[in-house]
Design a protein around this ligand. Structure first.
Ligand code: SF4
Ligand code: SF4
Length: 211
């Protein structure tokens, strides 16, 4: 007969997250030390997101899992202009240029040119770069879609996200810590761009790539 599983102590979750931040730290330092062309940056961003995916999966085993309300086509959280670390702008543009149809690419370019009051990667209510969406987007979740629809995007509102250490909550914290660590390491390497608006950064990169 299967034994009931014991609850995992919160310290185990913290220890795990710390070890993954250290792993990411080493990966970033090595990657930034060996940057020689834009594709290195794109590869590094992609590897970092792979690590984030692993953490998300693992936290679902380590912590209690609360049902989040997020669904494909639920897009209130994408109806604002987001700020990201520039490495994710590189990755977003690369992904779009490799996977979009010419029509969609043209649509994206026109959005960047004229400006839209929502994330330019939002098409038909869904993220068009979902697999490679920036780290900051991965931390957004809600336990109650009605709160999002009413515009209650408040990280301090426990009804919005819950505050009792469930998997999505821990993952959000992990992503936040990792973003800060990334900024700190970039500063050490003399790269200190800080967060940039995704739409502005993608437009600038695109413009540069065709000149
Ligand atoms: S965070 Fe809110 S708006 Fe965004 S997908 Fe989840 S439920 Fe929908
Ligand atoms: S990149 Fe995707 S997930 Fe992030 S805000 Fe834009 S559409 Fe939403």
């Amino acid at each position: 007969m299967p034994q009931p599983s014991l609850p995992v102590p919160a310290t185990a979750t913290l220890t795990y997250m710390r070890s993954k931040v250290s792993e990411a730290d080493a990966m970033l330092r090595q990657g930034l030390a060996n940057l020689s062309q834009p594709s290195d940056m794109i590869r590094l961003a992609s590897r970092l997101l792979d690590l984030c995916n692993d953490v998300s999966d693992h936290l679902n085993h380590l912590c209690i899992v609360k049902p989040v309300a997020c669904r494909n086509g639920c897009d209130t959280c994408c109806r604002s202009l987001i700020q990201v670390n520039p490495i994710f702008a590189h990755l977003a543009l690369d992904h779009a240029q490799r996977t979009f149809t010419l029509d969609r690419l043209e649509q994206l370019y026109q959005r960047l040119l004229t400006g839209v009051p929502f994330c330019p990667f939002l098409f038909d209510g869904a993220c068009s770069i979902y697999e490679q969406r920036p780290m900051v987007c991965r931390g957004y979740y809600s336990l109650d879609v009605a709160l999002c629809l009413s515009g209650t995007f408040c990280e301090g509102n426990p009804a919005y996200q819950g505050d009792d250490g469930h998997a999505a909550h821990h993952y959000r914290i992990f992503l936040f810590v990792l973003e800060k660590r990334l900024e700190q390491i970039e500063k050490e390497f003399g790269i200190a761009p800080g967060p940039v608006f995704l739409h502005e950064a993608v437009y600038a990169l695109w413009d540069r790539s065709v000149k």
